[in-house]
Design a binder for this molecule. Sequence first.
Ligand code: ADP
Length: 256
Amino acid sequence: AGIIITSAVILLLMSFLIWYLLHWVGKFRSIEQMKDDFTHNMTHELKTPVAVAYSAADSMLRYYDQSDEQRNKRLLTIIMQRLNFLSGMIENILSMSMERFKSMQLNIEKVRLRPLVEEVVGMIEMKAGKPAKIEIYIPENVEISTDSLHFGNVISNLLDNAVKYSGDAVEIKIYGDNNEISISDNGIGIPKGSLPYIFDKFYRVTDGDRYEVGGYGLGLYYVKQISEMQGWSISVISEENKGTTFTIKFNRDEKR
Ligand code: ADP
């Protein structure tokens, strides 16, 4: 009986060791995988507009018809839009590099919170492509000290995610005062195991269908960097299939 028990214990220990190793290797590979995914997505996102702009220019040059003003305008608009998109992408990539963050100067000024949030919400609603009920609960008189351009991007990233990672009918609530701003959605939520990593550069949750949603895992990294540069803290509460709330607490010196 002693031999059986000893063998069982050894077997159990070995299974645990193998499980642990696989788990560890799995984690290690997923970082590699994350980088591959990033390169793949980025390449796709950059190549498509280049190809579209190229073929519009090509078609204009090959079959140039001065009299067809409408066609010329249409093709030029396509080229212009794609170039615009590409220049935005380049700007995003640059602003993600650490060097850029280190040397970046924020232009801090007093900003009225509500109109700024309203402006971003307007843009997100146009972009959403599905019904998005976004309610803003921020008193008119609230002012914070921040860089309006970057703060606008921060709110835009959080709202963009709230829309992206929610079902067909999105409901978002934005609360704000002099001390904090919070954005809650009724979306798919974030698995507990992923919560410690979501602000990491390139990190994306790989569970289920959510990976079908486009992205680079840079949005929240940017949000955190900009928040920390101003001495703010950012936290998240999330429950799967219920929703997610991100809260940014403005530091004492920054308020009012
Ligand atoms: P991405 O480009 O993948 O959206 P982010 O850095 O913005 O990158 O977010 C990192 C990950 O956190 C996302 O891939 C997503 O899985 C998760 N996430 C972020 N915001 C939300 C949200 N509001 N609801 C559910 N998941 C979210």
